[in-house]
Each structure stands twice: as structure tokens, then as C-alpha cells.
Design a protein around this ligand. Structure first.
Ligand SMILES: [Ca+2]
Ligand SMILES: [Ca+2]
Length: 485
């Protein structure tokens, strides 16, 4: 393998230094018409390979109005006829040169030879539709060739437009046309067609490496080997297959990224073919790198707790914005033991304790790809033992609202220890009922309801003290809250 690479390098350097032209196709027309396809249609003046005239040997390709017997055309008969040869251009073929010997008079601009290179998909037609047929997929390299009484060497170049990135077949196409008036004999004759090319070498950048530093990825690479066909122009950098930087003349590139994931990079070298055209090398090696963006998982804010005999009511606010990834919910701990199995999306939690004591409650924000630190609050429970056992057994708790004071709305949390019909009403300071928040059957569980500070007619209530009263079965309890605008 190493020997092969050495040989390739040697060949590359030699080839570019010598500028060697490689013969791709040649025909002296001495061996018939195997290389050529004619599209003469019904024209009187047709392409023919024969011995009516020649530059060397006895044969050439020429226009004839008598099936090849003579190199002459019927001036008063319209013609638009084609002769083409399919030629396989190898990968990297560039700077195509077509040369041939030509003899013929005709009428400049009206009765003449035109030369094209077209793609394999292009099917010439014998017709009088001149312009539209050659609008696309064709490269004209010679036009109006006429007025040559003696054999003349033509050398036509296709420098810029054809660059094969893989083996590609193109058609070399000779088109003879004549209108139906005025002209000088003889028409076109062609001999010794030769097509050559220069093997294009566009060496790629080497040894691409990547490092990551916080939000940035740093790429460095080595210059391509010497020996490319065209002058170096610049580098193009691709991230995940898409161009992300171009016209770089340094062998390094740094960019800032926003997401922690793996990115792929490669670099290509561009070489200057002509003023407006570059050719690019094969890609360098591909590297894979992820930035090391620090992850941020903000904790819940403003954790508060209230105690109602044996029930601890926790509430908190959402974390600050700016965390890495989406919030999944919250986990609640008591004395470092989780109280719930999977994260909850609500921002309150009610816990019942059975003994007086000091408890540490903690809340943690859970994210898709991480979790915050714990936010902890200490609670003293002192009244559990003073409760009558029979009352505890059937107790239906009504708990503090949050926030309080509030504006414009507050959340009232309550638990149901024994299923039953729950009613929660709001009263003003005069004892008038202004709103019913709950009036339905509830199973055992923790619930919450929001009061938006409006009465049953939807009118905004003014600032002041309000009462909320919960009734379930025979149990009734009332609490106070403050609307402060
Ligand atoms: Ca010949
Ligand atoms: Ca004419």
C-alpha cells in the first residue's frame, strides 16, 4: 500500500510538472465509421466518411450531397446535420483540447461548421430549430468554421466548464448547417480528430484535528501536498456535511456552538481554475467532536411551607430560565427520602406527618438530561399529639392558599381523607357568599383550585380580606386570605 501511494505521489508530481496531455480519442477516418453516429435526417447534404478528400491517408469525414462520392453540397437546399462520437472522460479530466484538420468554404455565418461538447443525454436532431436545441447541457467550443480553401489545423479548448468528478461520457459533436441560398464549394471536411486532456490534481488538506473548549470547537489541519494542477485558492469547512466557513486562507478555524452534541467536520481545498471558477479537492479526513458546554440546571425558587396541625403544605415557584434542556417536573423529599416516585408538574405538595418533630423538606427540579440541587426548608410540627384521635380519623383538611396576600389569583390546596361531597365557597368580610369554587364529589387525594379574585358575575373584587370555607360531609373549616392590588 505504501508503495502504491508513493507511486501515486510521484506520478502526481511528474504529471503536473510536465503538464502532460493525455490522448483520450483520435480518429484519422481510415478505418471506417465505428466511432461516429450520424444524424442526417432527410437532408440532401449529409455527413459521410469516405475518400472524396483527405488531409492524410485516403479518408476523411465530410459533407456530401451524393452519398460520399464528392465533397460538395447543394447550396439551395437547407441542411442541419450532425456527426458525433461518444468519449469517456476519466475522473479528474480537465482542460479538454479538441484538434482537427479542416477544409471547406461555405458561407460565413450561414453555411459553416460548429463544434460542441454535449452530455450523453443530449440527442441531436436533424431539424431547423437551431437555438433551442443547444440552450442547455452543451458547451460550444467552435463556431462559424468556414472559408478555408486549404487544410487548416484547428485547436479548440474547453478550459473551464468541464470538470469530471467521476468517469463521465461526453459527446464530441460536429454540426454542419447551411441555409438555402448563396455559398461557395466545397463544404466542410474533417480529418485527424484528436481529443486530449490534462489530469487534474487537486490535493486535499491533511491531518484535520479538532479540540473542544467550552462553547468552541477548534479545527486545525495541514496544507495539501504540493503538486496540484492549479494554484491554491482557499479552504472550505463543512460541518455535518454543510458548508460552514469558506474562503479561509489559514489552516485553522474556530466556531462557537450552542448545543452539546457530536459534530462532524471536514475541510476541502479550493484551487483557482479561472477568474470566476474554483475546483475543490476531495475532503480531508473527517473528525468528530462535541463542545464542552457547561450544563445549567436551575433549582426551584422561593420554597415556602406552612403547617396545619399534621399537614405540611409546601409550595414553590418555577426555576429561573436558562437551564439546559426541558423541565420534566419536581421531586419532593422529606429528610432526604423521596416522597413521590415520578416527577410532578404541580408546584405544591401536601404531606401528612404522624408525630411532632422537626422535618427537612426538599424540592428538586428534574430536567430531561439532568437535575438541580435540592432546595430545603426546615419545618417544626408541634400540634399533632393535641388532636383528638377521632377527629384525625375523619378529618378533612383545608390548607393555606398560595400566594397570600395575592393579586390577581391564588391557589387553594386541600386534601380529602375520606371521600365525599366537597364544597368550597368564598365570602367577603360582610359574610356574603361571592363565589363557589368547588361543589362536587371527591375521592381521597390532594387537590387544588384557583380563585381568580372575581365573583360569580365575573366582576373583579376589590382589595381586602376574604374567607374561604370548605365543607365535606359534616366537616367545615374556614380560612382567611388577603387580596392586595
Ligand atoms: Ca485520413
Ligand atoms: Ca448559404
Amino acid at each position: 500500500m505504501k508503495i502504491l501511494i508513493m507511486l501515486l505521489l510521484l506520478w502526481t508530481v511528474m504529471g503536473s510538472l510536465s503538464g502532460e496531455r493525455i490522448v483520450l480519442f483520435s480518429d484519422d477516418f481510415e478505418n471506417g465509421s465505428d466511432n461516429w453516429t450520424f444524424v442526417n435526417g432527410a437532408a440532401v447534404n449529409k455527413w459521410h466518411i469516405g475518400s472524396a478528400t483527405s488531409f492524410e491517408g485516403s479518408n476523411s469525414l465530410y459533407i456530401s450531397n451524393d452519398n460520399g462520392v464528392s465533397n460538395a453540397y447543394s447550396i439551395n437546399s437547407f441542411s442541419f446535420v450532425h456527426a458525433y462520437a461518444d468519449i469517456l472522460f476519466p475522473k479528474g479530466a480537465a482542460d479538454i483540447r479538441v484538434s482537427f484538420e479542416f477544409k471547406g468554404m461555405g458561407e460565413f455565418g450561414f453555411d459553416d461548421l460548429n463544434v460542441y461538447i454535449v452530455t450523453e443525454e443530449f440527442i441531436p436532431e436533424a431539424s431547423n430549430v437551431w437555438e433551442t436545441q443547444f440552450m442547455s447541457s452543451s458547451y460550444q467550443i467552435g463556431e462559424y468554421i468556414s472559408d478555408r480553401p486549404e487544410w487548416t489545423t484547428y485547436i479548440l479548448y474547453e478550459h473551464d466548464r468541464i470538470y469530471t468528478n467521476e468517469d463521465t461520457t461526453y459527446r464530441l459533436l460536429f454540426v454542419w448547417k447551411n441555409d438555402n441560398s448563396i455559398g461557395v464549394q466545397p463544404p466542410a471536411a474533417i480529418d485527424n480528430v484528436e481529443v486530449t486532456y490534462v489530469q487534474r490534481v487537486a490535493n486535499p488538506p491533511l491531518n484535520l484535528t479538532a479540540t473542544a473548549d467550552s462553547y468552541t470547537v477548534n479545527l486545525t489541519w495541514d496544507e495539501p501536498l504540493l503538486g496540484s494542477t492549479y494554484p491554491f485558492d482557499s479552504y472550505f469547512v463543512y460541518r455535518d456535511g454543510d458548508l460552514c466557513a469558506y474562503m479561509l486562507t489559514t489552516t485553522s478555524y474556530t466556531e462557537t456552538l450552542a448545543a452539546n452534541r457530536v459534530y462532524s467536520y471536514y475541510v476541502v481545498a479550493a484551487y483557482r481554475i479561472s477568474t470566476f471558477r474554483d475546483v475543490t479537492s476531495e475532503p480531508s479526513n473527517t473528525v468528530y467532536i462535541s463542545p464542552n458546554i457547561p450544563l445549567i440546571f436551575n433549582p426551584p425558587q422561593n420554597l415556602t411551607a406552612t403547617v396545619d396541625v399534621d399537614v405540611v403544605s409546601l409550595s414553590w415557584e418555577a426555576p429561573m430560565f436558562g437551564s439546559s434542556g426541558a423541565l420534566v417536573g419536581y421531586t419532593v423529599y422529606k429528610d432526604e427520602e423521596p416522597l413521590i416516585e415520578s416527577p410532578i408538574m404541580t408546584r405544591y405538595y401536601l404531606d401528612t406527618v404522624t408525630e411532632n418533630g422537626t422535618y427537612l423538606y426538599s424540592v428538586q427540579a428534574i430536567y430531561v438530561n439532568g437535575e438541580s440541587e435540592l432546595v430545603t426548608i426546615e419545618i417544626n410540627v408541634t400540634e399533632v399529639s393535641e388532636i383528638d384521635e377521632s377527629i384525625i380519623g375523619s378529618r378533612m383538611a383545608l390548607f393555606s392558599n398560595y400566594p397570600n396576600p395575592f393579586n390577581p389569583e391564588t391557589t387553594i390546596s386541600f386534601s380529602v381523607a375520606k371521600e365525599g361531597h366537597v364544597v368550597i365557597n368564598i365570602f367577603n368580610i360582610k359574610g356574603q357568599k361571592i363565589q363557589t369554587l368547588v361543589n362536587s364529589h371527591h375521592n381521597i387525594g390532594n387537590f387544588s383550585v384557583v380563585w381568580n379574585g372575581k365573583d360569580e358575575q365575573g366582576l373583579d373584587m376589590s382589595s381586602g380580606i376574604y374567607f374561604y370555607q370548605m365543607q365535606i360531609n359534616d366537616f367545615v373549616t374556614t380560612r382567611k386570605m388577603v387580596l392586595m392590588k
